[in-house]
Design a protein around this ligand. Structure first.
Ligand code: CTP
Ligand code: CA
Length: 230
C-alpha cells in the first residue's frame, strides 16, 4: 500500500465521491435528516486524492469538513445531489470511478410548506406526506452510455448484512458494495471506526474493524489496482 501511495497510481483519473446526509425540507426552518457524519465519504475522497486522482466531492450538510485539494460541490437535498453527480460525470469524459458514500434520504416531504408552519392553538399536528427520492447510485450504475468505469455503493444495514448487501448490489447494478452494520450498538454511524464487508461479483471479503481513514486507504488502493489495470 505504501508503494502505491508514492506512485500516484490514479494520476489523470477522475473520481466522483458522494458523502454526508441529505436534508429534505419540511418548511423553510425544518428538515428531515439522518445520522451520517460524512466521515467515511470524506476519508474516501482524501484517500483517492492522495493516490493522485482528481476528485469531485459532492457533499450534503456533513459534520466533518470537506478535505482540501478536491473540487467540493455542496448540496442539500437528494434531488440536488443527483443533479450534481450527473453534471460531474457528464462534464468531460465519464468518471473513472464513482463512490456513493452518501446517506441519501430515501424520502422527501411532498407537502413541504414554502412558509414556516405555525401552531394554530387548537393542538392539531401537521401530517407530513412523503415521496420516494431518486436512487442516484442505481441511476449511474445502470447507465448504458457514459457510465463511470467502476461504480461503488455503500450498504448501511442493521440485519442480515451480507445477504441484504448482496441483493442490493444486484438490484442497483453497481460493481462493488461496501456493506456495514450500522445497528446503534456498533457505534459506526457517526463514529470513528468502520467494520465492512466488501462485496464484489462473486466474493464477499470480511474486513476487520479499523478507522474510517484506514478503510478508505485500503479501498482506494483496491480501486487503483482495478482502475489502473484498465
Ligand atoms: N443511494 C443513492 N440514492 C438514494 C439512496 C441510496 O445513491 N436515493 C446509494 C447510497 O449512497 C449507497 C447505496 O445507494 O451507496 C445504498 O444505500 P442504502 O440506503 O443502503 O440503500 P437503499 O436502496 O436506499 O435501501 P434501504 O431501503 O436499505 O435504505
Ligand atoms: Ca436508504
Amino acid at each position: 500500500v505504501a508503494e502505491a501511495f508514492a506512485e500516484g497510481p490514479l494520476k489523470g483519473r477522475h473520481a466522483i465521491v458522494t458523502s454526508g446526509p441529505t436534508h429534505e425540507p419540511i418548511d423553510p426552518v425544518r428538515y428531515i435528516a439522518n445520522r451520517s457524519s460524512g466521515a467515511q465519504g470524506t476519508a474516501m475522497a482524501a484517500a483517492l486524492r492522495d493516490l493522485g486522482a482528481r476528485v469531485t466531492f459532492v457533499t450534503g450538510p456533513a459534520e466533518v469538513p470537506p478535505p482540501a485539494g478536491v473540487d467540493v460541490v455542496r448540496v442539500k437535498t437528494a434531488q440536488e445531489m443527483r443533479e450534481a453527480v450527473e453534471k460531474a460525470n457528464a462534464a468531460d469524459a465519464p468518471a473513472d470511478v464513482a463512490v456513493f458514500a452518501a446517506a441519501v434520504a430515501d424520502w422527501h416531504v411532498t407537502n413541504a410548506s414554502g412558509s414556516k408552519m405555525k401552531k394554530d392553538g387548537s393542538g392539531k399536528v401537521p401530517a407530513l406526506e412523503f415521496g420516494e427520492n431518486p436512487d442516484i447510485l442505481a441511476g449511474v450504475a445502470q447507465m448504458t452510455e457514459g457510465r463511470p468505469g467502476l461504480v461503488i455503493g455503500f450498504a448501511a444495514e442493521t440485519d442480515d448484512v451480507v445477504a441484504n448487501a448482496t441483493a442490493k448490489r444486484e438490484r442497483k447494478g453497481c460493481d462493488w458494495i461496501v456493506a456495514n452494520d450500522v445497528s446503534a450498538d456498533t457505534g459506526i454511524m457517526g463514529g470513528a471506526e468502520n467494520a465492512i464487508v466488501l462485496i464484489e461479483e462473486n466474493v464477499a471479503e470480511v474486513w476487520p474493524r479499523m478507522s474510517k481513514q484506514e478503510v478508505a486507504r485500503l479501498l482506494a488502493a483496491r480501486i487503483a489496482e482495478t482502475v489502473g489495470a484498465r
